[in-house]
Design a protein around this ligand. Structure first.
Ligand code: NAP
Length: 337
């Protein structure tokens, strides 16, 4: 075991993309767990698009990151020392270990994992964790598609979006994905089985929506916001359901939304509901029972994008997400499994 714990601390708040100048790297002795605590060696750091928002002065769905402290981070690790019965050394755990190689946490702050043989470990911090739960509750509890209805998913080839597309298909709905670039669109249609895909970078999204959803849109799984969301809202049917999962197009620099497209919610008596997967932890078991068999059967298509370079790769990971270069949920590998 290396005897120092490398940590990245936020020391300045970015106004655009986060860069090396916003952090100070420190190295401290590996901490000892106190009563009721465990020492975790962090293996994977998950880098979600919304991580950039945590760096702002204003609270997001997490309290704003405190300057000078180790940057918050969602991790999967392995227990190395434990003062908590039931969390024995060798147990894999999910937690909020931060941008550091080692972390100490109270036992209650950790979720022990029971990886299924044949399921790659990293899926328990991605496809079968935040992304799976978000897609599952966004589709099943908010969009509630009915057979034959039309569902549009944005950032559809992304981590959450691609799972949302495939879960929506299981309900018998027609599913249209919006994504950036021909390869992402090909993957959605040919491998994920969506009924149509729109490359928003290629141009006329409104015309393509009219072609692929001639009877209008009954439900939207919205991940992006901005002008494409305006075009989608312009085409919703009466009593449409819009699951507002995120607005990734606005995270780096802020964004705008057309008032007239929001008026469509009035015109169509539609419901737009923001939701957070952390409010649906009671649905975790249902998600796992639905999606883990799909993984084992090979019927669920997904990518997981792992950068191997340790903490040094985290800024590159953030850049990949904000440019759409990532293929699937973005992880940084901090140490061996
Ligand atoms: N509500 C919740 O509890 C919850 C939980 C997890 C995630 N989320 C949200 O879900 C959304 C998707 O997250 P994810 O983890 O699936 O993302 P992801 O796989 O990491 O990728 C995000 C994708 O968004 C697209 N994108 C990025 N910047 C964009 C821009 N400026 N304009 C248009 N598209 C852009 C890119 O795809 P293209 O190349 O196709 O543009 C990118 O690959 C985000 O809004 C995130 O905040 C919400």
């Amino acid at each position: 075991m290396a005897n120092l714990n490398q940590q990245w601390r936020l020391i300045a708040r970015p106004t655009d993309e986060a860069g090396r100048e916003h952090f100070r790297i420190t190295e401290e002795p590996i901490p000892e767990p106190g009563p009721g605590e465990v020492l975790v060696r962090n293996i994977y750091l998950f880098v979600p698009p919304s991580m950039r928002l945590w760096m702002n002065e204003k609270d997001s769905y997490f309290p704003a990151q405190v300057l000078g402290e180790v940057m918050m981070g969602i991790t999967l690790g392995v227990v190395e020392k434990s003062n908590v019965p039931g969390l024995e050394p060798g147990t894999y755990v999910n937690g909020m270990g931060g941008w550091q190689q080692w972390s100490v946490a109270p036992g209650a702050a950790l979720q022990p994992l029971a990886p299924h043989p044949g399921v790659p470990l990293e899926l328990y911090r991605t496809v079968l964790d935040v992304q799976g739960l978000t897609a599952f509750v966004g589709v099943m509890d908010v969009c509630k598609p009915q057979p034959g209805e039309t569902v549009v998913v944005t950032a559809a080839a992304g981590s959450v979006g691609s799972l949302a597309c495939q879960l929506a298909k299981t309900t018998g709905a027609r599913v249209i994905g919006v994504a950036g670039g021909p390869e992402k669109c090909r993957w959605l249609v040919e491998e994920c089985g969506v009924d149509g895909a729109i490359d928003y970078r290629a141009g006329d999204v409104g015309k393509r929506l009219d072609e692929l959803a001639p009877k209008g849109i009954d439900s939207v799984f919205e991940n992006v916001g901005g002008p494409v969301m305006d075009l989608i809202l312009d085409r919703i049917n009466d009593r449409a359901r819009i699951a507002l999962c995120g607005l990734v197009s606005s995270y780096n620099t802020g964004g705008t939304q057309s008032t007239m497209s929001l008026m469509q919610l009035v015109n169509r008596a539609a419901v737009m509901q923001g939701f957070l997967c952390k409010d649906y932890l009671h649905r975790y078991g249902d998600m796992l029972a639905t999606m883990q068999p799909m993984v084992l059967a090979g019927t669920l298509k997904y990518h997981v994008d792992i950068l191997e370079g340790g903490l040094e790769s985290t800024l590159e990971a953030m850049h990949r997400i904000s440019t759409g270069a990532n293929q699937g949920p973005q992880l940084v590998k901090l140490g061996p499994v």
